[in-house]
Ligand binder design. Structure first.
Ligand code: 13P
Length: 378
Protein backbone atom coordinates (compact mmCIF):
# COMPACT_ATOMS: atom_id res chain seq x y z
CA UNK A 1 0.00 0.00 0.00
CA UNK A 2 1.40 3.45 -0.83
CA UNK A 3 0.36 6.94 0.16
CA UNK A 4 0.28 9.67 -2.45
CA UNK A 5 -0.47 13.34 -2.28
CA UNK A 6 -3.29 14.09 -4.69
CA UNK A 7 -2.55 16.80 -7.23
CA UNK A 8 -4.81 19.80 -6.51
CA UNK A 9 -7.17 20.43 -9.43
CA UNK A 10 -9.09 23.48 -8.28
CA UNK A 11 -8.68 26.56 -6.13
CA UNK A 12 -10.64 24.83 -3.39
CA UNK A 13 -8.49 21.72 -3.41
CA UNK A 14 -5.32 23.81 -3.81
CA UNK A 15 -6.14 25.52 -0.55
CA UNK A 16 -6.81 22.11 1.16
CA UNK A 17 -4.19 19.65 -0.11
CA UNK A 18 -5.70 16.20 0.45
CA UNK A 19 -3.99 12.86 1.07
CA UNK A 20 -5.45 9.75 -0.57
CA UNK A 21 -4.51 6.17 0.20
CA UNK A 22 -3.94 3.99 -2.84
CA UNK A 23 -4.64 0.26 -2.35
CA UNK A 24 -2.35 -2.19 -4.10
CA UNK A 25 -4.08 -3.99 -6.97
CA UNK A 26 -5.09 -7.65 -7.04
CA UNK A 27 -2.16 -10.10 -7.03
CA UNK A 28 -0.23 -9.78 -10.28
CA UNK A 29 3.01 -11.50 -9.36
CA UNK A 30 4.95 -14.13 -11.27
CA UNK A 31 2.37 -16.86 -10.65
CA UNK A 32 -0.69 -14.88 -11.79
CA UNK A 33 -1.09 -16.49 -15.21
CA UNK A 34 -0.39 -19.95 -13.91
CA UNK A 35 -2.98 -19.55 -11.12
CA UNK A 36 -5.68 -18.59 -13.61
CA UNK A 37 -4.74 -21.52 -15.86
CA UNK A 38 -4.76 -24.00 -12.95
CA UNK A 39 -8.12 -22.76 -11.62
CA UNK A 40 -9.66 -23.02 -15.08
CA UNK A 41 -8.21 -26.46 -15.68
CA UNK A 42 -9.80 -27.72 -12.47
CA UNK A 43 -13.09 -25.97 -13.29
CA UNK A 44 -13.47 -27.52 -16.73
CA UNK A 45 -16.75 -28.93 -18.09
CA UNK A 46 -17.86 -32.23 -16.58
CA UNK A 47 -15.03 -32.23 -14.01
CA UNK A 48 -14.80 -31.91 -10.24
CA UNK A 49 -12.45 -32.61 -7.33
CA UNK A 50 -11.85 -35.77 -5.32
CA UNK A 51 -11.30 -34.62 -1.71
CA UNK A 52 -9.08 -37.28 -0.09
CA UNK A 53 -7.34 -35.00 2.42
CA UNK A 54 -8.63 -36.56 5.63
CA UNK A 55 -6.18 -36.00 8.46
CA UNK A 56 -4.58 -39.17 9.82
CA UNK A 57 -7.08 -39.17 12.69
CA UNK A 58 -10.10 -38.86 10.36
CA UNK A 59 -8.70 -41.39 7.92
CA UNK A 60 -8.35 -43.69 10.93
CA UNK A 61 -12.08 -43.36 11.63
CA UNK A 62 -12.83 -44.32 8.04
CA UNK A 63 -10.55 -47.33 8.20
CA UNK A 64 -11.99 -48.35 11.54
CA UNK A 65 -15.48 -48.37 9.97
CA UNK A 66 -14.33 -51.30 7.79
CA UNK A 67 -12.41 -53.01 10.57
CA UNK A 68 -8.89 -51.84 9.65
CA UNK A 69 -6.24 -50.45 11.91
CA UNK A 70 -5.08 -46.86 11.40
CA UNK A 71 -1.53 -47.66 10.23
CA UNK A 72 0.56 -45.85 7.66
CA UNK A 73 0.46 -48.99 5.46
CA UNK A 74 -3.35 -49.14 5.49
CA UNK A 75 -3.65 -45.42 4.72
CA UNK A 76 -1.16 -45.89 1.89
CA UNK A 77 -3.06 -48.88 0.46
CA UNK A 78 -6.36 -47.00 0.55
CA UNK A 79 -5.01 -43.83 -1.00
CA UNK A 80 -3.16 -45.83 -3.63
CA UNK A 81 -6.47 -47.46 -4.57
CA UNK A 82 -8.01 -44.00 -5.05
CA UNK A 83 -5.20 -42.36 -7.05
CA UNK A 84 -4.59 -45.35 -9.35
CA UNK A 85 -8.24 -45.77 -10.38
CA UNK A 86 -8.14 -46.25 -14.16
CA UNK A 87 -10.02 -43.60 -16.11
CA UNK A 88 -10.48 -41.21 -13.15
CA UNK A 89 -9.22 -38.27 -15.23
CA UNK A 90 -12.34 -38.44 -17.41
CA UNK A 91 -14.44 -37.05 -14.55
CA UNK A 92 -12.03 -35.67 -11.95
CA UNK A 93 -9.67 -32.75 -12.52
CA UNK A 94 -7.96 -32.51 -9.13
CA UNK A 95 -7.39 -34.41 -5.88
CA UNK A 96 -6.83 -32.81 -2.47
CA UNK A 97 -4.22 -34.68 -0.46
CA UNK A 98 -3.19 -34.69 3.18
CA UNK A 99 0.51 -33.86 3.71
CA UNK A 100 1.40 -37.52 4.34
CA UNK A 101 0.05 -38.49 0.88
CA UNK A 102 1.77 -35.61 -0.94
CA UNK A 103 5.12 -37.06 0.15
CA UNK A 104 4.12 -40.74 -0.11
CA UNK A 105 4.83 -43.44 -2.70
CA UNK A 106 2.52 -46.20 -3.81
CA UNK A 107 3.58 -49.72 -2.84
CA UNK A 108 5.06 -50.20 -6.29
CA UNK A 109 7.35 -47.21 -5.70
CA UNK A 110 5.78 -44.51 -7.88
CA UNK A 111 4.84 -41.31 -6.08
CA UNK A 112 1.15 -40.61 -5.44
CA UNK A 113 1.71 -37.21 -7.12
CA UNK A 114 3.11 -38.90 -10.26
CA UNK A 115 0.05 -41.21 -10.37
CA UNK A 116 -2.28 -38.19 -10.29
CA UNK A 117 -0.30 -36.35 -12.96
CA UNK A 118 -0.33 -39.45 -15.14
CA UNK A 119 -4.15 -39.41 -15.10
CA UNK A 120 -4.33 -35.66 -15.72
CA UNK A 121 -5.42 -34.76 -12.17
CA UNK A 122 -3.97 -31.64 -10.55
CA UNK A 123 -2.50 -32.49 -7.11
CA UNK A 124 -3.78 -30.31 -4.25
CA UNK A 125 -2.90 -30.05 -0.57
CA UNK A 126 -4.79 -29.32 2.66
CA UNK A 127 -2.78 -26.55 4.31
CA UNK A 128 -4.82 -25.57 7.36
CA UNK A 129 -3.84 -27.00 10.73
CA UNK A 130 -7.33 -27.73 11.98
CA UNK A 131 -9.93 -26.22 14.26
CA UNK A 132 -9.50 -24.97 17.83
CA UNK A 133 -11.94 -23.71 20.48
CA UNK A 134 -12.68 -19.98 20.08
CA UNK A 135 -12.39 -18.33 23.51
CA UNK A 136 -15.37 -16.31 24.77
CA UNK A 137 -17.84 -17.68 22.22
CA UNK A 138 -20.59 -20.23 22.54
CA UNK A 139 -18.42 -23.23 21.62
CA UNK A 140 -17.38 -21.97 18.19
CA UNK A 141 -14.01 -22.66 16.58
CA UNK A 142 -11.20 -20.95 14.69
CA UNK A 143 -8.85 -22.39 12.12
CA UNK A 144 -5.06 -22.50 12.70
CA UNK A 145 -2.28 -22.65 10.12
CA UNK A 146 -1.09 -19.15 9.13
CA UNK A 147 2.26 -19.44 10.99
CA UNK A 148 4.92 -20.68 8.60
CA UNK A 149 2.34 -21.01 5.81
CA UNK A 150 4.39 -19.18 3.15
CA UNK A 151 7.29 -21.63 3.56
CA UNK A 152 5.01 -24.67 3.67
CA UNK A 153 3.25 -23.52 0.48
CA UNK A 154 6.62 -23.05 -1.26
CA UNK A 155 7.62 -26.59 -0.20
CA UNK A 156 4.28 -28.05 -1.36
CA UNK A 157 4.66 -26.35 -4.74
CA UNK A 158 8.13 -27.94 -5.11
CA UNK A 159 6.60 -31.30 -4.28
CA UNK A 160 4.08 -30.89 -7.13
CA UNK A 161 0.98 -29.36 -5.50
CA UNK A 162 -0.74 -26.69 -7.58
CA UNK A 163 -3.76 -25.87 -5.44
CA UNK A 164 -4.54 -25.69 -1.74
CA UNK A 165 -7.44 -26.03 0.65
CA UNK A 166 -8.20 -24.30 3.94
CA UNK A 167 -11.37 -25.36 5.75
CA UNK A 168 -12.82 -23.10 8.39
CA UNK A 169 -16.28 -23.68 9.86
CA UNK A 170 -19.30 -21.64 10.89
CA UNK A 171 -21.77 -23.21 13.30
CA UNK A 172 -25.38 -22.01 13.19
CA UNK A 173 -26.55 -23.56 16.51
CA UNK A 174 -23.48 -22.12 18.29
CA UNK A 175 -24.28 -18.61 17.09
CA UNK A 176 -22.74 -17.76 14.83
CA UNK A 177 -21.17 -14.76 16.54
CA UNK A 178 -19.96 -11.92 14.33
CA UNK A 179 -16.44 -12.27 15.75
CA UNK A 180 -16.24 -15.96 14.77
CA UNK A 181 -17.54 -15.27 11.25
CA UNK A 182 -15.10 -12.38 10.84
CA UNK A 183 -12.19 -14.49 12.05
CA UNK A 184 -13.15 -17.31 9.67
CA UNK A 185 -13.35 -14.86 6.73
CA UNK A 186 -10.14 -13.03 7.63
CA UNK A 187 -8.17 -16.26 8.07
CA UNK A 188 -9.37 -17.54 4.69
CA UNK A 189 -8.36 -14.29 2.99
CA UNK A 190 -4.88 -14.23 4.57
CA UNK A 191 -4.35 -17.85 3.57
CA UNK A 192 -5.59 -17.20 0.01
CA UNK A 193 -3.14 -14.31 -0.45
CA UNK A 194 -0.22 -16.40 0.87
CA UNK A 195 -1.12 -19.44 -1.27
CA UNK A 196 -1.35 -17.35 -4.45
CA UNK A 197 2.09 -15.85 -3.79
CA UNK A 198 3.48 -19.40 -3.74
CA UNK A 199 1.71 -20.48 -6.96
CA UNK A 200 -1.09 -22.49 -5.30
CA UNK A 201 -4.72 -21.83 -6.27
CA UNK A 202 -6.52 -21.42 -2.94
CA UNK A 203 -9.80 -23.22 -2.38
CA UNK A 204 -11.74 -20.93 -0.06
CA UNK A 205 -13.92 -23.06 2.23
CA UNK A 206 -15.98 -21.50 5.00
CA UNK A 207 -18.08 -24.59 5.72
CA UNK A 208 -21.46 -23.77 7.24
CA UNK A 209 -22.05 -26.93 9.24
CA UNK A 210 -25.22 -28.95 8.67
CA UNK A 211 -25.71 -29.32 12.44
CA UNK A 212 -28.86 -27.76 13.87
CA UNK A 213 -32.66 -27.58 13.85
CA UNK A 214 -32.87 -24.35 11.81
CA UNK A 215 -34.81 -23.98 8.56
CA UNK A 216 -33.38 -23.24 5.12
CA UNK A 217 -34.07 -19.48 5.40
CA UNK A 218 -31.80 -19.28 8.44
CA UNK A 219 -29.04 -21.09 6.51
CA UNK A 220 -29.45 -18.63 3.65
CA UNK A 221 -29.10 -15.69 6.05
CA UNK A 222 -25.92 -17.10 7.64
CA UNK A 223 -24.42 -18.08 4.26
CA UNK A 224 -25.01 -14.58 2.89
CA UNK A 225 -23.38 -13.02 5.95
CA UNK A 226 -20.40 -15.41 5.79
CA UNK A 227 -19.71 -14.93 2.08
CA UNK A 228 -20.13 -11.15 2.32
CA UNK A 229 -17.42 -11.06 5.01
CA UNK A 230 -15.24 -13.51 3.10
CA UNK A 231 -15.30 -11.47 -0.13
CA UNK A 232 -14.69 -8.24 1.74
CA UNK A 233 -11.47 -9.65 3.21
CA UNK A 234 -10.44 -11.42 0.01
CA UNK A 235 -10.68 -8.04 -1.74
CA UNK A 236 -8.91 -6.21 1.09
CA UNK A 237 -6.06 -8.74 0.81
CA UNK A 238 -5.80 -8.19 -2.96
CA UNK A 239 -6.54 -11.79 -3.78
CA UNK A 240 -6.81 -12.43 -7.52
CA UNK A 241 -10.42 -13.65 -7.89
CA UNK A 242 -9.69 -15.28 -11.28
CA UNK A 243 -7.19 -17.53 -9.49
CA UNK A 244 -9.30 -18.94 -6.64
CA UNK A 245 -11.92 -21.67 -6.28
CA UNK A 246 -14.72 -21.74 -3.70
CA UNK A 247 -15.89 -24.66 -1.66
CA UNK A 248 -19.25 -23.70 -0.16
CA UNK A 249 -21.83 -25.78 1.65
CA UNK A 250 -25.12 -26.06 -0.19
CA UNK A 251 -27.93 -24.05 1.37
CA UNK A 252 -30.15 -26.66 3.06
CA UNK A 253 -32.18 -26.88 6.29
CA UNK A 254 -30.23 -27.97 9.39
CA UNK A 255 -29.76 -31.74 9.70
CA UNK A 256 -32.21 -31.86 12.63
CA UNK A 257 -34.91 -29.72 11.00
CA UNK A 258 -38.11 -31.77 10.54
CA UNK A 259 -38.59 -30.85 6.86
CA UNK A 260 -36.21 -31.98 4.10
CA UNK A 261 -35.84 -29.83 1.00
CA UNK A 262 -36.16 -31.06 -2.57
CA UNK A 263 -33.14 -30.73 -4.89
CA UNK A 264 -34.99 -27.91 -6.70
CA UNK A 265 -35.40 -25.98 -3.44
CA UNK A 266 -31.75 -26.49 -2.44
CA UNK A 267 -30.65 -25.38 -5.91
CA UNK A 268 -32.84 -22.31 -5.87
CA UNK A 269 -31.65 -21.14 -2.41
CA UNK A 270 -28.00 -21.96 -3.07
CA UNK A 271 -27.86 -20.23 -6.44
CA UNK A 272 -29.70 -17.20 -5.05
CA UNK A 273 -27.06 -16.91 -2.32
CA UNK A 274 -24.17 -17.36 -4.76
CA UNK A 275 -25.52 -14.84 -7.30
CA UNK A 276 -25.87 -12.27 -4.54
CA UNK A 277 -22.38 -12.80 -3.17
CA UNK A 278 -19.92 -14.28 -5.68
CA UNK A 279 -18.45 -12.16 -8.50
CA UNK A 280 -18.40 -13.80 -11.94
CA UNK A 281 -14.59 -13.39 -12.04
CA UNK A 282 -14.39 -16.51 -9.83
CA UNK A 283 -13.98 -19.53 -12.15
CA UNK A 284 -15.42 -22.35 -10.06
CA UNK A 285 -17.73 -23.29 -7.21
CA UNK A 286 -16.77 -26.76 -5.96
CA UNK A 287 -19.29 -27.86 -3.32
CA UNK A 288 -18.53 -29.99 -0.30
CA UNK A 289 -20.97 -32.81 0.51
CA UNK A 290 -21.07 -32.12 4.26
CA UNK A 291 -22.75 -35.39 5.33
CA UNK A 292 -25.40 -35.52 2.60
CA UNK A 293 -25.86 -38.95 1.05
CA UNK A 294 -24.11 -39.79 -2.21
CA UNK A 295 -27.45 -39.61 -4.01
CA UNK A 296 -28.62 -36.36 -2.42
CA UNK A 297 -25.39 -34.51 -3.17
CA UNK A 298 -25.48 -35.63 -6.82
CA UNK A 299 -29.19 -34.76 -7.24
CA UNK A 300 -28.64 -31.31 -5.71
CA UNK A 301 -25.67 -30.61 -7.97
CA UNK A 302 -27.65 -31.73 -11.00
CA UNK A 303 -30.51 -29.38 -10.05
CA UNK A 304 -28.05 -26.48 -9.88
CA UNK A 305 -26.90 -27.13 -13.43
CA UNK A 306 -30.25 -27.05 -15.19
CA UNK A 307 -29.54 -23.59 -16.60
CA UNK A 308 -26.28 -21.71 -17.25
CA UNK A 309 -24.40 -20.20 -14.30
CA UNK A 310 -21.76 -17.45 -14.29
CA UNK A 311 -19.26 -19.90 -12.79
CA UNK A 312 -18.49 -23.62 -13.21
CA UNK A 313 -20.72 -25.28 -10.58
CA UNK A 314 -19.27 -28.60 -9.51
CA UNK A 315 -18.15 -30.88 -6.67
CA UNK A 316 -15.24 -31.40 -4.30
CA UNK A 317 -16.71 -34.27 -2.30
CA UNK A 318 -14.98 -36.52 0.18
CA UNK A 319 -17.67 -38.60 1.89
CA UNK A 320 -20.08 -38.50 -1.08
CA UNK A 321 -17.39 -39.94 -3.38
CA UNK A 322 -15.66 -42.33 -1.01
CA UNK A 323 -18.37 -43.97 1.07
CA UNK A 324 -19.25 -46.86 -1.24
CA UNK A 325 -15.60 -47.27 -2.26
CA UNK A 326 -14.55 -47.94 1.33
CA UNK A 327 -17.38 -50.36 1.99
CA UNK A 328 -16.64 -52.23 -1.23
CA UNK A 329 -12.90 -52.43 -0.62
CA UNK A 330 -13.04 -53.66 3.02
CA UNK A 331 -9.23 -53.68 3.04
CA UNK A 332 -9.08 -56.73 0.74
CA UNK A 333 -6.65 -56.79 -2.17
CA UNK A 334 -9.16 -58.90 -4.13
CA UNK A 335 -11.72 -56.06 -3.93
CA UNK A 336 -9.50 -53.27 -5.25
CA UNK A 337 -10.83 -53.42 -8.79
CA UNK A 338 -14.54 -53.36 -7.88
CA UNK A 339 -13.87 -50.61 -5.33
CA UNK A 340 -12.19 -48.56 -8.07
CA UNK A 341 -15.16 -49.22 -10.34
CA UNK A 342 -17.47 -47.89 -7.64
CA UNK A 343 -15.36 -44.71 -7.39
CA UNK A 344 -15.55 -44.28 -11.13
CA UNK A 345 -19.33 -44.75 -11.03
CA UNK A 346 -19.76 -41.98 -8.42
CA UNK A 347 -17.32 -39.73 -10.25
CA UNK A 348 -19.27 -40.21 -13.49
CA UNK A 349 -22.61 -39.54 -11.75
CA UNK A 350 -21.26 -36.23 -10.42
CA UNK A 351 -19.67 -35.39 -13.75
CA UNK A 352 -23.09 -35.89 -15.37
CA UNK A 353 -24.61 -33.70 -12.63
CA UNK A 354 -22.05 -30.99 -13.38
CA UNK A 355 -23.35 -31.04 -16.95
CA UNK A 356 -26.97 -31.11 -15.70
CA UNK A 357 -27.55 -34.54 -17.28
CA UNK A 358 -27.62 -36.91 -14.33
CA UNK A 359 -30.08 -39.81 -14.40
CA UNK A 360 -30.61 -41.37 -10.95
CA UNK A 361 -32.48 -44.45 -12.16
CA UNK A 362 -29.55 -46.90 -11.76
CA UNK A 363 -28.68 -45.89 -8.16
CA UNK A 364 -28.65 -48.39 -5.28
CA UNK A 365 -30.53 -47.91 -2.01
CA UNK A 366 -27.13 -47.61 -0.30
CA UNK A 367 -26.33 -44.41 -2.22
CA UNK A 368 -29.33 -42.77 -0.55
CA UNK A 369 -28.02 -43.36 3.00
CA UNK A 370 -27.07 -40.11 4.74
CA UNK A 371 -23.62 -39.71 6.31
CA UNK A 372 -24.33 -36.82 8.64
CA UNK A 373 -22.50 -37.08 11.97
CA UNK A 374 -23.23 -34.52 14.65
CA UNK A 375 -20.17 -32.40 15.49
CA UNK A 376 -18.15 -34.00 12.65
CA UNK A 377 -14.51 -32.95 12.48
CA UNK A 378 -12.40 -33.28 9.36
P1 13P B 1 -17.17 -33.76 2.58
O1 13P B 1 -17.53 -33.79 1.13
O2 13P B 1 -17.07 -35.12 3.21
O3 13P B 1 -18.01 -32.79 3.36
O4 13P B 1 -15.67 -33.21 2.68
C1 13P B 1 -15.44 -31.95 2.23
C2 13P B 1 -14.13 -31.42 2.62
O5 13P B 1 -14.02 -30.39 3.22
C3 13P B 1 -12.96 -32.15 2.18
O6 13P B 1 -12.07 -31.27 1.55
Amino acid sequence: MSTLSARPTSAVSRSRRTTVTVQAAAYNGSYAEELVATANKIASPGKGILAMDESNATCGKRLESIGLENTVENRQAYRELLVTTPGLGQYISGAILFEETLYQDTRKGTSMVAELNKSGLVPGIKVDKGLHPFANTNGESWCAGLDGLAQRCADYYKQGARFAKWRSVVSIPAGPTSIAVRDCAYGLARYAAIAQNAGLVPIVEPEILLDGEHDIDRTLEVAEMTWAETFKYLADNNVLFEGILLKPSMVTPGAEHPKRSTPEEVASYTLKMLRRRVPPAVPGIMFLSGGQSELESTLNLNAMNQSPNPWHVSFSYARALQNTVLKTWKGEEANVQIAQESLLKRAKANSDAQLGKYDASGESADAAKGMFEKGYTY
